[in-house]
Every structure is written in structure tokens, then in C-alpha cells.
Design a protein around this ligand. Structure first.
Ligand code: CA
Length: 220
């Protein structure tokens, strides 16, 4: 899952990026509103953390522009304390949730997990496909109750597929959602990760749809 952190305050931005990377997200950061707006228009994000008080173009304007263009990614806004009207304006502009500064990082992470699963129509923090379960809170995967050890990239690929049950996901889409922008991407590595996942999980679980991509298939 890939997240954009739109925050101009350097310390908070660094803390957010570190916490999100620790939680297994691919993270891009942008500090001014124009850059944030451009990133959201040109990159694929599973969620955005958007500070409303951004230089050059404020967060509400960025959000209104994205929504008017049909961008539907979940957006969690950060508002200053005691600015209740900002929350109302933000939600009316298309935000999905908000947090008031200062906030606890754990709460932000929990809200983001909820926004991301809800955006895919999933209600539970534990995702399952047959015997396979993935707990988005602990990043743990188990098969028939037994833990499965995955590398961080294997986990990211599986997590993305499990958020899109029965959908065909292309290698390009996987590449866009498991790597941050500054990462040296190579869509061939996706094939490698899928190959390793097939060795650790029932091989038929990840189906190759020729010419299109991969699909997670629950056992018959
Ligand atoms: Ca700010």
C-alpha cells in the first residue's frame, strides 16, 4: 500500500514518514500544496494524509481539485486544534476522516487501515482467503492457523492482492502500489515476489491471468 504524506512541518513530516514506513507502507512526502496536488494527480495512492495548512495551495483547495477530477483515494486530513470549522470544511470538500493535532501515531495508523479497507469494501481488519489470513494490524500472515514468514516485499504484494479479492491486478499496478516514488522500480521483481509467495502458500492461490496480471483465488 502506498501513502502520500502532505505535511509542511519538517519534524512531523519525518515522524509520519518513519511511522508509515515502519508499518509497511511505501511512502512519498510532499511539503507544499502545489506539489501535493500534482503528486495526487499523477501517482497512485491507497491513502493520503493531508495537512490543511499547506503553503502555496491550502489543503482544502487541493482536496476540492482532486475530487472534482474524480480522484477517489481515501484522504485523512490533519487539522489544527480548536479549528472545528476546518473539519467541517474538509469533510465537505471530500475528506474521509480527520485527526486534530497533536495526535497519537497509533490512532493515525488505525484510521488509515480502516480507510484503506473500507475503500475496498472490506470491514474487518483481518483479511482471509480460504485458509489464509492476513492481519493488517500486526502484518502477520497465517495459513490454517500456522504463521507464514514473509519478507516485507512479499507481504506488500500479498496485502495488496488480499485487499482486492477476485480482481485481476496487473504487474504495473502492483509496482505502483508497493514502491515509493524514489525507489528504483522494476516490474520484473513482482514476478519474483509472486514466485516466492507461491512457494510459501498453496501455489494455486495466486492465479496468473495471461497478459493481464494476477488474481487471488479462494480454493474451491
Ligand atoms: Ca501546516
Amino acid at each position: 500500500m502506498r501513502v502520500l504524506v502532505a505535511e509542511d512541518e519538517p519534524t512531523l513530516s519525518a515522524q509520519l514518514c518513519a511511522a508509515l514506513a515502519d508499518a509497511g507502507y511505501a511512502v512519498d512526502a510532499a511539503r507544499n500544496g502545489r506539489e501535493v496536488c500534482y503528486q495526487g494527480e499523477t501517482q497512485s495512492y491507497d491513502a493520503v494524509v493531508l495537512d490543511l495548512g499547506l503553503p502555496e495551495l491550502d489543503g482544502i483547495s487541493v482536496l476540492k481539485r482532486w475530487r472534482s477530477q474524480g480522484q477517489t483515494m481515501p484522504v485523512l486530513i490533519l487539522t489544527a486544534r480548536d479549528q472545528w470549522h476546518e473539519k467541517v470544511a474538509g469533510i465537505d470538500a471530500g475528506a474521509d476522516d480527520y485527526l486534530t493535532k497533536p495526535f497519537h501515531m497509533e490512532e493515525l495508523l488505525a484510521r488509515l487501515r480502516a480507510l484503506i479497507r473500507r475503500s475496498q469494501g472490506l470491514a474487518s481488519p483481518t483479511l482471509s482467503c480460504g485458509d489464509l489470513t492476513l492481519d493488517t494490524r500486526s502484518s502477520r500472515v497465517s495459513l490454517a492457523g500456522l504463521p507464514v514468514n514473509l519478507t516485507s516485499h512479499e507481504y506488500k504484494v500479498l496485502e495488496y492482492l488480499m485487499h482486492r479479492p477476485n480482481a485481476v491486478v496487473s504487474r504495473a499496478e502492483l509496482t505502483e502500489h508497493i514502491y515509493a516514488q524514489d525507489f528504483d522500480r522494476d516490474s520484473n521483481t513482482i514476478e519474483v515476489f509472486v514466485g516466492r509467495l507461491r512457494k510459501k502458500l498453496p501455489a494455486e492461490l495466486i492465479e496468473t491471468v495471461r497478459g493481464l496480471g494476477y488474481r487471488l483465488v479462494p480454493p474451491a
